[in-house]
Design a protein around this ligand. Structure first.
Ligand code: NCD
Length: 311
């Protein structure tokens, strides 16, 4: 029998989505990965509106849309009418008028996804990272990867290491992992910590301490594109205390995640990426299935059991 996943609307923040929607998306992503559920009809047009650079997020949405048989229309700031002075609002309204059913949006402004949702009359807005605010599909794929590894996040210790101040990956991940029952640790240079950090986090003095304390660490890139100069004295100085070293990974039983792009030799040693306890490649693969699930859910595509698919 067909199951129609309900269309709960825009995906802007983890808070708004709530625990039920998030766990449902992860469950669907797993079923699509295991091929025990298949979308039964292709969606229409999915627009990829990327006002900021991206490799993984953009390509995994593209792969996910292709797996669903959707038509994608691409968009990057360079080469578009943004360069001719078109406003953000006009661009979103134009993409919608072109017939896009979903607009996957990445932007450097922290309120961009909310603003797009306020303009859109029919299209579903999927936040693929807005400034320093949120990156809900990253949180979902990180949670899926951690759940694959641990079964449950209840009482599991997850630490974020690095530039939490500028990190939408931290803000959305923190919320989702807490909702799933994890304890959160934070390990960041004083000038790269937000003034509004949640109070229920364990403070960790350096990367070595984080690897000792945590069951898994999420290593964050220094977001130099969002940084005022002078927040980090020097990269050598940063590495000294905050980089994840291969020797520390080997000494502990902690797993390592990183949303990418990795700056090997800065926030972690290159050898960490391919270590047996690195989950970095699995994050990328899970990212495709999470995005399939998000599109299926957002567009209300009927899902069937493979045995009931007529070939
Ligand atoms: C992250 C992002 O863009 O927020 N990367 C990603 O989506 N894979 C993290 C980052 O850029 O450092």
């Amino acid at each position: 029998m067909d199951t129609i996943i309900t269309m709960p609307g825009h995906l802007i923040t983890i808070e708004q989505a709530g625990i039920e929607r998030c766990t449902a998306i992860i469950e669907w992503a797993r079923r699509f990965r295991n091929r025990d559920a298949v979308p039964s009809q292709p969606p229409g047009t999915v627009a990829l509106a990327f006002f900021e650079p991206s490799t993984r997020t953009r390509m995994s949405f593209e792969v996910a849309a292709a797996m669903l048989g959707a038509r994608t229309v691409g968009f990057t700031t360079s080469g578009s009418s943004i360069e001719k002075g078109e406003s953000f609002e006009d661009t979103i309204a134009t993409i919608e008028a072109l017939g896009a059913e979903a607009i996957v949006l990445r932007h450097s402004a922290s309120d961009a996804a909310e603003r797009a949702a306020a303009i859109a009359t029919r299209a579903i807005i999927i936040n693929a990272g807005d400034g320093m605010h949120q990156h809900p599909t990253q949180a979902l794929l990180d949670a899926m990867t951690l759940l694959d590894t641990f079964g449950t996040l209840e009482k599991r210790r997850i630490a974020f290491i690095g530039d939490v101040l500028h990190s939408r990956v931290f803000r959305s991940g923190y919320t989702l992992f807490r909702m799933l029952g994890a304890e959160i640790g934070v390990c960041a240079p004083p000038l790269l910590r937000s003034g509004h950090l949640p109070l229920d986090m364990v403070e960790l003095s350096d990367a070595r301490a984080a690897l000792k304390w945590a069951d898994a660490v999420v290593v964050l890139r220094l977001q130099r594109e969002r940084m005022q100069s002078g927040l980090v004295p020097s990269l050598a100085d940063y590495r000294q205390r905050w980089a994840v070293r291969i020797a520390d990974v080997e000494e502990n039983s902690c797993y390592v995640l990183h949303p990418g792009p990795v700056n090997a030799g800065v926030e972690l040693d290159a050898a960490v990426v391919d270590h047996a306890r690195s989950l970095i490649r699995r994050q990328v693969t899970n990212g495709v299935f999470v995005r399939v699930a998000v599109l299926v859910e957002a567009l209300g595509i009927p899902v069937v059991q493979p045995s009931s698919v007529v070939t």
